[in-house]
Ligand binder design. Structure first.
Ligand SMILES: [Fe+2]
Ligand SMILES: [Fe+2]
Length: 344
């Protein structure tokens, strides 16, 4: 028998100030979000279990190995930034009582991106000469190694300018607005990595790109959900912001998924492009699966047409992308300093 005479109902405590990182609620949303969360659990994979030891048996020249190490160093500039980007977004989502399913999905995107970063770690450790601690912590000796090192340094410098802009953008725009434009990065990444999985001659990297592409396609579905939820009630000002974000996303991601367009977001020294092309050729000849510029252009164009269809449906202008032959709204070239934060 409970001793009810001793029970007391105290007056409620002071209200918890909001936003607060403790939500203690599970706001409902579209069932697709929990479906994607379950799918992410079923599709989880472990980069450490891939056969990295195969790399030393592949018959590759020093230059080809360097080309692979270089390419994954550049990818790492994007993929090593992704876990903190999504971790930061996740904290904001908890603070602002975002739908439970969306929060859960973002936690899996964070986890996936950690895997993608791991891929970059294993690949660079195996292919850059003496770089167990990272692509900036080795001593280049040959002229090709020095060219690779210099390009990695410049890529890193540019990537490093992104973080403050990203954090500041959280104060300027609602989270759901910020993340609508990650649809394009995800769709482009899905397409490009799927192409690379088909083209790669080396079995290890075929598997790598296949796994990454599968993750990115899940991210794209999450991004699409956020767009469809957010766009119908979006203000004209935020719609214009999305248009600019799409353009900034293309320019930012082009470095790795297409080719860098210097003078826009990317501040690159003379010679960067030549080094970049030569090192990519070495990676291509190794069988990494880099697709030709022509195919990249087509893949981007197709990815953008898919995204454009969603934008058209909700009356959001798609920016002109002359680099892949798409006309559209002319937007001022902007960058992270304007709060434009592409992610993928
Ligand atoms: Fe990724
Ligand atoms: Fe992604």
């Amino acid at each position: 028998m409970l001793e009810t005479r001793k029970l007391t109902v105290a007056p409620p405590p002071p209200a918890t100030l909001q936003p607060n990182v403790f939500p203690l609620d599970w706001p409902a949303g579209g069932s697709i979000t929990h479906d994607l969360f379950e799918l992410a659990k079923r599709e989880s994979w472990d980069p450490a279990r891939l056969p990295w030891e195969q790399i030393k048996d592949y018959k590759l020249s020093k230059e080809e190995r360097l080309g692979i190490g270089y390419w994954f160093s550049l990818l790492g500039i994007f993929d090593a930034a992704a876990p903190p980007v999504f971790a930061h977004a996740l904290i904001e989502m908890y603070k602002h009582h975002e739908e439970d399913g969306v929060r859960k999905c973002f936690s899996t995107i964070f986890r996936d991106e950690l895997n993608h970063e791991e891929i970059c770690r294993f690949a660079t450790q195996s292919c850059l000469p003496g770089a167990p601690l990272g692509p900036l912590r080795w001593e280049p000796k040959t002229i090709l190694e020095k060219a690779a090192y210099s390009n990695i340094q410049w890529g890193y410098y540019n990537g490093g300018r992104y973080w403050d802009g990203y954090v500041a953008a959280h104060g300027k725009y609602p989270l759901e607005v910020l993340f609508t434009s990650f649809l394009m990065g995800e769709v482009a990444a899905t397409t490009l990595f799927a192409e690379m999985a088909k083209e790669a001659k080396l079995p290890l990297f075929r598997q790598v790109f296949h796994n990454v592409s599968k993750d990115e396609s899940r991210h794209a579905r999450m991004a699409l959900y956020l767009c469809q939820r957010t766009f119908p009630t979006m203000s004209p000002e935020h719609k214009a912001f999305v248009t600019r974000q799409l353009r900034a996303g293309f320019i930012f991601l082009s470095m790795i998924l297409f080719k860098p367009f210097p003078g826009k977001f990317w501040e690159l020294p003379d010679g960067f492009m030549d080094n970049h092309m030569i090192l990519q050729e070495a990676a291509l000849s190794a069988g990494l699966g880099l697709v030709s510029m022509k195919k990249r252009e087509e893949a981007w164009k197709n990815a953008m047409l898919k995204v454009k269809a969603t934008m058209d449906k909700f009356g959001i202008e798609f920016p002109a992308m002359p680099e892949v032959g798409l006309s559209g709204a002319e937007v001022p070239e902007g960058g992270i300093e304007d709060g434009l934060i592409p992610v993928f």
